[in-house]
Design a protein. Structure first.
Lengths: 263, 150
């Protein structure tokens, strides 16, 4: 059970199409996404609620990976329900959330550093992972929901054996607080949702390709017991990764993408 | 109508409060219905049809007056959405369930992943896992039967 301290502070962030994000700022939580899931399971989910933990003690990455937070980093989960979840096909949320995360971090990034999205939504800072997204979906009482969990290393990069990670503070400049970053991120998410509503996934895909690893990048994909090597050939119209391999084209639905070192 | 369009229709049905969806394009008609034992099933039929289409290709016509046998309703847990099936919560971790294990309604028995979006597979009813119908790491469509319950 996620530890819930008394009385989180709540901030209202107006949305472009009316209404508002409700940002709950908790001093300390086990996992922001777990708290969202608990509320959904208890029938207490609400569209547009975002949970931020100033300290997250049991963060989760994808498929059982630990998401470590030494403190001062962003741990934010956004709950979407009903129409708020249905506005976007499930498979496109990773790209919309990834663009929002990229743009929010870019707002605070000093010149001379490079941000890049890695399919579908890891965020690399100068080639090292600094932020990630875990999206969970389901339905409760016949109503669809998504929980978009976003973690970003703002002040500190955790030490993880075998993984090269980065944080924003390494770049110098003013590092935003987690609540400030969360507010920027929610506004950016709103902007990309509006873009999708107006222009469809084509515009999202174009924006992703401008911010992601370039077409032609050599990549390896580990998908369960299978591994593919080839060059990135773009995104299909449902977001599937297209890979050119020596044995022909491959469509990647899921798997860990490893980018070859570039100059 | 291509596979991607059919997937979108299945996803639409999976998340919509409707029991059946029918679409027609280029002389081909598809009807997708939500079953009791299996949340979503898909069956493509060719239109126009001059008589009711039999379920199996090549099935002999059945007189209208003949009594229809009751369909066998297998108790299955089906994939909630399209993606790759994971039978354990993490690589190398014990599986969610094994054959012979009792499950309760709402119990998590698997995970479907597509583009890093994770959808828990939950049992819709109580029972015993009689068979695991799909191998770990297999790509499944929404509605694919994954577990058979005794």
């Amino acid at each position: 059970m996620t530890h819930i301290p008394a009385r989180p502070s709540i901030r209202s962030i107006p949305r472009m199409g009316g209404g508002a994000w409700l940002l709950e700022v908790h001093d300390r939580l086990g996992s922001t996404s777990d708290l969202c899931r608990e509320r959904l399971d208890a029938g207490q989910g609400a569209n547009g609620v975002a949970i931020l933990a100033l300290k997250q003690t049991a963060g989760r990455g994808s498929r059982g990976r630990e998401w470590s937070d030494p403190g001062g980093n962003l741990a934010l989960s956004v709950m979407l329900m009903g129409q708020g979840a249905d506005d976007v096909p499930v498979g496109l949320w990773p790209f919309i959330a990834g663009l929002a995360l990229y743009d929010a971090v870019a707002d605070f990034l000093p010149a001379g550093h490079r941000l890049e999205l890695k399919w579908p939504n890891d965020l690399l800072l100068d080639g090292r992972k600094m932020a990630g997204i875990l999206i969970e979906t389901g339905s409760a009482g016949g109503i669809a929901w998504q929980v978009i969990g976003m973690g970003a290393n703002l002040r500190c990069a955790p030490v993880i054996a075998g993984r090269d990670v980065a944080c924003l503070a390494e770049c110098g400049g003013d590092v935003p607080t987690a609540p400030d970053m969360a507010q920027v991120l929610l506004r950016r998410l709103d902007g990309w949702l509006a873009c999708h509503a107006a222009q469809g996934f084509g515009a999202i895909r174009t924006a992703w390709l401008e911010r992601g690893h370039p077409v032609g990048t050599k990549i390896d994909v580990k998908a369960g017991n299978r591994q593919f090597s080839g060059t990135f050939a773009g995104l299909a119209d449902d977001g599937i990764l297209l890979l050119h391999t020596a044995s022909g084209p491959v469509r990647v639905v899921t798997g860990e993408v490893l980018l070859a070192p570039r100059g | 109508m291509d596979i991607a369009q059919i997937k979108r229709l299945i996803d639409l049905l999976a998340h919509a409060p409707i029991a059946e969806l029918e679409a027609e394009e280029g002389g081909r008609k598809i009807r997708i219905t939500r079953g009791a034992a299996q949340p979503v099933t898909a069956a493509a039929v060719r239109a126009p049809a001059t008589r009711p289409v039999d379920a199996g290709a090549g099935a002999s016509p059945r007189p209208q007056s003949a009594p229809m046998p009751e369909p066998v309703q297998e108790r299955v847990i089906a994939a909630p959405s399209y993606g790759v099936l994971h039978l354990s919560p993490a690589p190398g971790a014990p599986p969610y369930v094994t054959v012979g294990q009792e499950v309760k309604p709402g119990q998590e028995v698997g995970l479907v992943e597509a583009m890093k979006v994770f959808n828990a597979v939950k049992s819709t009813q109580a029972g015993q896992i009689a068979a695991i119908l799909v191998e770990d790491g297999t790509e499944v469509e929404a509605g694919t039967p994954l577990f058979r319950l005794a």
